[in-house]
Design a protein around this ligand. Sequence first.
Ligand code: PLP
Length: 392
Amino acid sequence: MVTNQPYQAGRHFLQIPGPTNVPDRILRAIDGATIDHRGPAFEGLARRVLDGLKPIFQTKDAVVIYPASGTGAWEAALVNTLSPGDKVLMAETGQFASLWRMLAERLGLEVQFLSGDWRHGVQSGQIAAALAEDKNQRVKAVCCVHNETSTGVTSDIAGVRRAMDDVGHPALLMVDTISSLASIDYRHDEWGVDVTIGGSQKGLMLPPGLSFNALGAKALKAHESAGMTRSYWDWSSMLQANKGGAFPYTPATNLLYGLDEAIVMLQEEGLTNVFQRHARLAEATRRAVRVWGLETVAKEADEKSNSLTAVMLPEGHDADAFRSVVLQRFNMSLGNGLGRLAGRVFRIGHLGDFNELMLAGTLSGVEMGLAAAGVPHERGGVQAALDYLSTP
Ligand SMILES: *Cc1c(COP(=O)(O)O)cnc(C)c1O
């Protein structure tokens, strides 16, 4: 690949919270020759990945696959279940919740946006209160981001479900798991979620380009009478084609090779172990941040994300200037601050195909970068992480 940058030796550290490092096994799988997507070999692949995705969402429901980024799967969830002018309830957890709101409004939905401070998860109490006030049941869906990637805050989705049930409101529950799927425990069936939205480029370890909807029975029922215009995203045509191991249009065949391999890798490691690995690496990261004397965006201990950590720089220090020192000096990409956190925050992605030594390198790059960029901090964060990781 031709770039206008000089060659930097060694492996680049891609420590943004998605896209994540794509493991060699998946790159090799994607490298296969593209096959006829209407032939017999493809049918086996399609059935394997469609079935293999279910345990990852912890569901028995159907999961559909779009050749699209996560945003496409957001749109699919809304246009397949709602009608023009319907009201939806969303919680302002951060930039991704705000983008989803904008998408819903552009589609002609009325959004009641419960305001938040970008440092907390979804407040179940706020959801319950809003639904209790909705006497005519105009709210047709509650939409939440499970893991808010702009802030590193994870929300309690089971709690949202309970809040909805407590007030006996029939709205659908839709959840964005794009940066938590296959890295933080998420249970579509047990938590009574009606539509779950996922993406390929984060915990699933794939390049960008695939996204998913898991479809609960109540969502499929709503789909029958949903009046929004849709064609490309239509669940019915997708499910019809999927029944025969096919897609209604040309699928992203080579990404499906990669997905097939990712599913095998997750099965080999075991989902529980995958979640534990993420929890451990996240805890080590938080210990380093604490010793540096920096603050995470996430306020509550039980809401701190296990897939990424968003860190605030001291007043008067530009997070983007710091990130560019880290990139130039140490060949590592860290996530930028998004929306209202732009320039104030950097984000460490610790999800996907990632282990202790990669984290040690990542945290070393951050600590050296803080020194090189002249950001005031205490030394020894890396040591605290290593101490934690070296205990059995
Ligand atoms: C990455 C991400 C998205 C956006 O997905 P795209 O693939 O960029 O369309 C949406 N929601 C969350 C929570 C994300 O982390």
